[in-house]
Design a protein around this ligand. Structure first.
Ligand SMILES: Nc1ncnc2c1ncn2[C@@H]1O[C@H](COP(=O)(O)OP(=O)(O)OP(=O)(O)O)[C@@H](O)[C@H]1O
Ligand SMILES: [Mg+2]
Length: 277
């Protein structure tokens, strides 16, 4: 496996039902094998952007290129994991993991690949268990193994751990990052949890809302991601929090100042208050 390069190019999307832009003029790149977090407060357009990157929504303007090819539909090159693992409850762990291979016509690989994937997510002892008997965290591990089965080049996650307790969440965050790095997969992670972004991502794209715009790219360079008490961890966390607050401040500015004079984003010359759109 190798990670794909992703280019998000001037993406704007307006949902037909509301007629309001959910995201506006967003451009950035994700390097092969990089882990990128999309952060911002609720409703800023993180899921919309991820769906566009996955080919589940075609944007009103602009587009996304994966390894130079325009994204127009879902593809086996990338997989998306959501908050709910959506496993088949009447199947065993191994059968659920095999589904991705079954659907992509690679049945012959199942016997060798499924044990390997279960080892990767540390569920070897659970192969024959019914998924209903597993904890939430274990179910997300099954979903992760199923996602990795067809050897995707990009793994996209939309707040997949937010329903889990803090300890399970912490373990999965580290494991997913480690697995993606070991396999060389590009990781795109949506979260509003800044600690999660710091633990998992190499960079964080901070979005402001109404409509969602890219405010800042925050690099997260940590030598040791296991030490949550290190000064460099605190520094990364503080820098990200500052960018997050700045993004929220810009939203307030947009509301308070219809002329947008305090709104320095070049991509937002009009910066109308949300109520005027
Ligand atoms: N299917 C839809 N039809 C119309 N508007 C939508 C649709 N999905 C999202 N929106 C709107 O687009 C904006 C961005 O929503 P989105 O779900 O992308 O935000 P988010 O950052 O993922 O939020 P959260 O953190 O709560 O999941 C919101 O104003 C939302 O109401
Ligand atoms: Mg969302």
């Amino acid at each position: 496996m190798k990670g794909a390069h992703i280019a998000v190019d001037a993406v704007t999307h307006t949902y037909r039902r509301t007629g309001k832009a959910a995201v506006a003029d967003i451009s950035f790149e994700v390097r092969p094998g990089e882990a990128l977090a999309l952060v911002g407060r609720s409703g800023c357009g993180k899921s919309t952007l991820l769906h566009i990157m996955a080919g589940l929504i075609i944007p009103s303007q602009g587009g996304v290129l994966v390894d130079g090819l325009r994204v127009g539909a879902p593809s086996p090159k990338w997989v998306v994991m959501f908050q709910q693992p959506s496993l088949y409850p009447w199947m065993s762990v191994a059968q659920n993991v095999a589904l991705g291979l079954r659907f992509t016509g690679r049945r012959r690989e199942i016997a060798a690949r499924v044990p390997e994937l279960l080892r990767l997510v540390e569920l070897s002892d659970y192969a024959d268990r019914n998924v209903q008997d597993l904890s939430g965290g274990q179910q997300q591990r099954v979903a992760l193994a199923r996602s990795l089965a067809p050897s995707p080049e990009v793994l996209m996650l939309d707040e997949p751990f937010s329903a889990l307790d803090a300890f399970t969440r912490g373990t999965l965050q580290r494991d997913v990052r480690r697995i993606a790095k070991d396999l060389g997969i590009t990781l795109v992670l949506v979260t509003h949890d800044l600690a999660e972004a710091v633990v998992m991502a190499d960079r964080a794209a901070v979005l402001s809302a109404n409509p969602g715009r890219l405010c800042e790219m925050v690099p997260i360079d940590l030598a040791d991601r296991d030490n949550l008490r290190s000064p460099e961890y605190a520094d990364a966390r503080n820098r990200l929090a500052a960018a997050y607050e700045k993004a929220a401040g810009r939203e307030l500015t947009r509301f308070a100042d219809p002329a947008g004079e305090d709104h320095p984003l070049p991509s937002s010359p009009l910066a109308k208050p949300a109520s005027a759109t």
